[in-house]
Design a protein around this ligand. Structure first.
Ligand code: SAH
Ligand code: SF4
Length: 394
């Protein structure tokens, strides 16, 4: 681990409890919900049971109206209505791609907007969830990275994206209906806007809710958190969340990674690999996904492929090759299909799975790294982006 002080961040999260307003029950851990109920006058002896009941209404059945919670006495329902709300982000717009990908723009407190993407696949479907409005990191190939961080999302706003998508997909189960094992929303990836490990507690609480056995019930194996490499939080992710980990690796030398993923200047490749080595064991997950964006002439040579294999030696891994998704003003080009295939083949020959990610929802700018809220678009010029990437315009 680096001896340097951690990056200080100008971030804040809206307090859950506004001094005068009602408390949102969404996003509270079970313990916090129990405390909130006791605060509201529910007798301590009953608090655990009431929490269980309300929890099921909210997360198992998708109910947001206290009056529909029929196993609670009428008086209690009225009290709850006075003190609490059950609120999720509001959908501002929805676009559907020709390939079925759905991109939602949702509005959160303060009038900010974040994007959420649903990707349907054969027999399953993945929701790409945002963890911050914008991002403090400035990866030079990422559209979100050109947008200033506005704030961290609350746990309610993070799990609320999942609840919103289940609403839109019509996927809350009918009470009494037989359990349907095929889910439209079967997987979550924390690969939307923001760096999830710079919003650790809220991401953790939201994912705990997604995994809870009496609610949305997604196995921790179906949740993947992608980080650019916030080394000190990786061990904590294994211990406190235990989900699958993906890491935005993208380069095989510190020189190149410093430019592509500037957090590398804080925690370099060697430090990152050290942290990754113990992840599978501690989290009891099978392997780590190394994400590798294919940028023409930057990181896509055969030499890079061989170096990558050498670097990750001994780490159970899968290498996910992402053809660069271009965005207006982007300072890079996507590698050719032949180059990507040749790179994939070298990795595959070394015994690693090396799937090439098919870009989805390109016609609606919903692909990886293209997310950016409309209000913040075109904030930086191409020249600024290039200067920061250290590549200068030619
Ligand atoms: N902040 C986190 C998660 C969000 S980005 C992280 O960086 O890991 C999800 C993935 O998309 C990351 O691997 C990111 O590097 C990649 N990505 C960003 N911009 C991209 C682009 N324009 N084309 C392809 N992949 C991109
Ligand atoms: Fe932030 Fe991830 Fe984009 Fe880098 S790739 S700027 S960490 S969202």
């Amino acid at each position: 681990m680096s001896a340097q002080a951690p990056i200080t961040q100008d971030v804040h999260t809206i307090p859950r409890k506004l001094p005068e307003g009602p408390v949102n029950l969404v996003g509270l851990t079970r313990e916090a919900m129990r405390d909130a109920l006791i605060d509201a006058g529910v007798p301590e002896k009953q608090a655990r049971m009431r929490t269980g009941q309300i929890w099921q209404w909210i997360y198992q059945w998708g109910v947001r109206d206290f009056d529909a919670m029929t196993n609670l006495a009428k008086g209690l329902r009225a009290d709850l209505r006075e003190r609490f709300v059950i609120e999720i982000p509001e959908v501002v717009s929805k676009q559907v791609s020709s390939d079925g990908t759905r991109k939602y723009l949702v509005r959160i407190a303060g009038g900010h907007e974040v994007e959420v993407v649903y990707i349907p696949e054969e027999g399953r479907g993945t929701l790409c969830v945002s963890s911050q409005v914008g991002c403090t990191l400035t990866c030079s190939f990422c559209h979100t990275g050109t947008q200033k961080l506005v704030r961290n999302l609350t746990a309610a706003e993070i799990i609320g994206q999942v609840m919103m998508a289940r609403d839109d997909l019509g996927e809350w189960p009918e009470m009494g209906a037989p359990k349907d094992e095929t889910r439209l929303l079967s997987n979550i990836v924390l690969m939307g806007m923001g760096e999830p490990l710079y919003n650790f507690e809220n991401v953790r609480d939201a994912m705990k809710i997604a995994m809870d056995a009496e609610g949305i019930q997604l196995s921790r194996r179906r949740i993947t958190l992608s980080t650019s490499g916030v080394v000190p939080e990786i061990a904590r992710t294994a211990q406190e969340i235990g989900c699958q980990l993906a890491v935005s690796f993208h380069a095989t030398t510190d020189d190149v990674r410093d430019k592509l993923v500037p957090i590398n200047k804080r925690w370099n490749i060697a430090e990152l690999l050290d942290a990754l080595r113990s992840y599978p064991k501690v989290s009891n997950s099978e392997r780590i996904t190394f994400e590798y964006v294919m940028l023409d002439g930057v990181n896509d040579s055969d030499v890079d492929a061989h170096r990558l294999i050498k670097l990750i030696e001994g780490i159970p891994a899968k290498i996910n090759l992402i053809p660069f998704n271009e965005w207006p003003g982007a300072p890079y080009k996507r590698s050719s299909n032949n180059r990507i295939r040749a790179f994939a083949n070298i990795i595959y020959q070394a015994g690693y799975a090396s799937p090439i990610r098919t870009p989805r929802g390109e016609d609606i700018m919903a692909a990886c790294g293209q997310l950016k809220s409309a209000t913040e678009r075109s904030r930086k010029s191409r020249r600024q982006i290039e200067a920061e990437a250290g590549i200068g315009s030619s």
